[in-house]
Write a protein that binds this ligand. Structure first.
Ligand code: ASP
Ligand code: MG
Length: 464
């Protein structure tokens, strides 16, 4: 089968991890799969490069940070015994020199900070792809590095660039016609039509994998990480959490949006359009089948697939007799928040229209309150709207599953369980996708809530 194998940062954290990855690739080739490798930066390097960008801005500690990054790569090269005078060392020297050059450009032209930052971030994957390629070659696998900037075309939205799919697919196909060696592709990056480096958003290597998968019409995209796939709940909260063996793209997206950090949601778009399954596998437990994300699954018996949660969120409540039947309150509310760049995690409005509440990141809460107070100054003054209430230390919980659309009573089960545990629900929203029931509880009750729901939905029901 034609496959993409994508290895995340923790899968290439050090020499022994890179050896594991090499073995996984070897096994795939041995099993006659035609594979394309996409790789992230070594674990922690993207954060260190961001730190370097910041220190350039503050003009503090630049040399030390640069040295740490370069030393770390040299250390891994030594661990892999690739440090004798070699092609790799020459390449690393060239890349390191380019990196230093970027640092100079950065200081000369600070106005284009985001552009230089993307350029800087790209070095993480450029180093890791070259190291993995050299290690493959050292094991007798003929491989070459593909710098994704040559083929992934994006707009100039630095840090979170938009990919022009069709143009990128055409370039990828054309490029690979002339390159028959095993390709080790740098994840996370692309370039504008003019050739300026861009990045696709943090954790964007999954997205790169999916773009290459769609371009090459592969049979499967494998995302190799450090857990046994997507779990029914956060294993740090629930000991009994198990791997979800099969779930739909939409379920995976709902779970990741609500905190399960196993896949980067945009990743799914190219794969979804081409109906390419995405398989999440564990580099440290390669025999485990992991999770398979597919266009659809049989929902008989398993209505819900998983629970996820985000803690330490804030909730703002807006209510007042003057809101009833007045048009445009919500429009003004969400416009004034959007103008401040505040993003909203959950919204709930009672039918009486007398109150609207929404959840957001705590760091944005004070700014949100100020913006609302300004927007509704008149209504607040006249007491049409009550004083705005801001609450902290809350958790958002999502119950996700395709089968909830067609099975009555899931909401009943969920809230009944919470009632039995004497957990007070602060707000509720049923996602318009009908694959998601979300609600808010106090941080200190989230563990109890998730455990009780997990028992009810996943443990006692096994076998039916
Ligand atoms: N290295 C990038 C990051 O840490 C991209 C990725 O790992 O997917 O965000
Ligand atoms: Mg990563």
């Amino acid at each position: 089968m034609k496959k993409i194998l994508k290895f995340g940062g923790s899968s290439v954290a050090d020499g022994s991890c890179i050896q594991r990855v090499t073995r996984i690739i070897q096994q795939n080739i041995g099993a006659d799969h035609e594979v394309f490798i996409v790789v992230s930066a070594l674990s922690g390097i993207t954060d260190q490069l961001l730190g370097l960008a910041k220190s350039l801005q503050d003009n503090q500690g630049v040399d030390l940070k640069l040295k740490q990054i370069l030393d770390h790569h040299q250390h891994v090269i030594q661990e892999l015994a690739l440090d004798t005078p070699s092609e790799l060392q020459n390449k690393i020297e060239v890349i390191s020199a380019q990196l230093k050059q970027t640092l100079t450009q950065f200081t000369k032209d600070p106005a284009r900070f985001l552009q230089w930052q993307d350029e800087l971030l790209s070095y993480g994957e450029r180093f890791s792809a070259n190291i993995l390629t050299a290690n493959l070659e050292n094991t007798g696998i003929v491989a070459e590095c593909l710098d994704a900037r040559q083929v992934i075309i994006t707009d100039a939205n630095f840090g979170d660039a938009y990919v022009h799919y069709q143009r990128s697919y055409d370039r990828i196909r054309a490029y690979l016609k002339g390159h028959s060696k095993l390709q080790v592709i740098t994840g996370f990056m692309g370039a504008t039509e003019a050739g300026t480096t861009t990045t696709l958003g943090r954790s964007g290597s999954d997205y790169s994998a999916s773009i290459f998968g769609a371009a090459l019409n592969v049979g499967e995209i494998e995302i190799w990480t450090d857990v046994d796939g997507i779990m029914t709940a956060n294993p740090r909260l629930v000991d009994e959490a198990t791997t979800i063996d099969r779930l739909t793209y939409e379920e995976a997206m709902e779970l990741s949006h609500a905190g399960a950090r196993v896949i980067f949601p945009p990743t799914m778009i190219p794969a979804l359009y081409k109906h390419i399954p995405i398989v999440i596998k564990n580099t440290f437990n390669p025999d485990h089948p992991g999770s398979r994300i597919v266009p659809n699954r049989l929902v008989k018996g398993t209505t819900t697939v998983g629970l996820s949660s985000v803690s330490h969120i804030a909730l703002i409540r807006l209510q007042g007799a003057g809101m009833v039947g007045v048009r445009g309150i919500n429009a003004r509310l969400f416009t004034c928040l959007a103008q401040q760049g505040i993003s909203i995690m959950l919204v709930s409005q009672a039918f009486s229209e007398h109150s609207t509440c929404f959840a957001l990141k705590p760091a944005e809460a004070d700014l949100a309150v100020q913006a609302i107070e300004q927007e509704f100054a008149y209504e607040l003054e006249l007491k049409y709207i009550d004083k705005i209430r801001l609450e902290h230390d809350l958790s958002l919980v999502a119950v996700v599953g395709e089968g909830m659309q067609t099975t009555p009573g899931i909401a009943g089960i969920v809230f009944n369980v919470l009632g039995q545990e004497r957990i007070n629900v602060e707000a509720i929203a049923q996602g318009s996708s009908k694959r998601n029931i979300s609600f808010i509880v106090r941080d200190k009750q989230v563990r109890t809530a998730i455990r009780a729901l997990h028992r009810e939905l996943f443990e006692e029901k096994t076998g039916d």
